[in-house]
Design a protein. Structure first.
Length: 277
């Protein structure tokens, strides 16, 4: 390493390195609670908590998470006097995400409520109803019994079949011409996750309004058959005046895949869309 030159090193990696705060975790739960065969597009969570579900879908509230891992369990096999290991089956680690908890106006409650926390509690109650008539926060569980017997429901009644994404992004990449996209920095862009993207303008077939909410992905994970196994408790204390509640949820899933990175579109909030019409 005596000939190491920092200038040559930086020139070799002129596109920079992936930053851990450049990400978005999207959780589209609009159809959770509907059977797979249903033609409906809005499940019980989205009907009861439409604004909270929209925030989760846009990836605005995931404060922290980790990229997923995959490992192989192995079995030893002795051949010709020495032992080798062979993979037997795959293990996927659970996905842990921490969400911010904004107070969202709730017409049924007559004021703002902690709807993000309610969404995850209600999702777990789709897995195992805990009250008479299987009611939770105005939700009706399909196939519910009247005796409140707390029976676990069928997987297609509570699993998110697909669509949960963890997207690593690069807001300053100007070299996406190979896919026909021209990205310019220092223009305008909203906050995505915890990241202020500084500004991206995408010139392609989309409208200018759509381009405003685009970001360049460097890696995208997609998770299948997702459901929450743990909604952790949070500490509340009188002397914590300046702390906001953070909700940590652990998700189980069947497997994940990586998709080819592309320029994703995150639509504006419903209120913004309606105000333009």
């Amino acid at each position: 390493m005596s000939n190491f030159n920092i200038g040559q090193f930086m020139a070799e990696f002129q596109n920079g390195f992936q930053k851990v705060n450049q990400y978005r975790c999207r959780l589209p739960v609009q159809r959770v609670g509907l059977p797979r065969s249903s033609t409906q597009v809005t499940g019980p969570l989205a009907k009861r908590f439409p604004r909270a579900v929209e925030y989760l879908d846009r990836g605005l509230l995931c404060q922290s998470t980790r990229t997923p891992s995959r490992s192989f369990d192995t079995v030893p096999l002795a051949i010709y006097g020495y032992e080798e290991k062979y993979p037997s089956f795959t293990t996927y680690t659970d996905m842990e995400c921490t969400f911010l908890a904004p107070l969202i106006e709730d017409p049924l409650a007559g004021g703002p409520t902690n709807q993000i926390l309610e969404v995850f509690h209600a999702w777990q109650s789709l897995i195992q109803p805990r009250v008479l008539n299987s009611q939770y926060g105005g939700l009706s569980v399909r196939g519910s019994r009247t005796d409140g017997d707390m029976v676990m429901r069928f997987p297609d009644e509570y699993k998110l079949a697909s669509g949960m994404h963890l997207e690593l992004i690069d807001p300053f990449n100007t070299k996406r011409n190979e896919i026909g996209i021209d990205v310019n920095v220092n223009l305008r862009v909203p906050v995505v996750g915890k990241v202020n993207l500084g500004g991206l303008s995408i010139r392609d077939s989309r409208s200018q309004d759509e381009a405003q909410y685009a970001s360049v992905q460097t890696m995208r994970y997609e998770f299948f058959e997702v459901y929450p196994i743990t909604v952790e408790s949070t500490q509340v204390a009188w002397n914590s005046n300046d702390e906001f509640q953070a909700i940590t949820v652990t998700f189980a899933y069947s497997y994940w895949i990586t998709n080819t990175p592309y320029t994703s579109y995150v639509p504006p909030l419903t209120s913004q869309s309606s105000s333009k019409s």
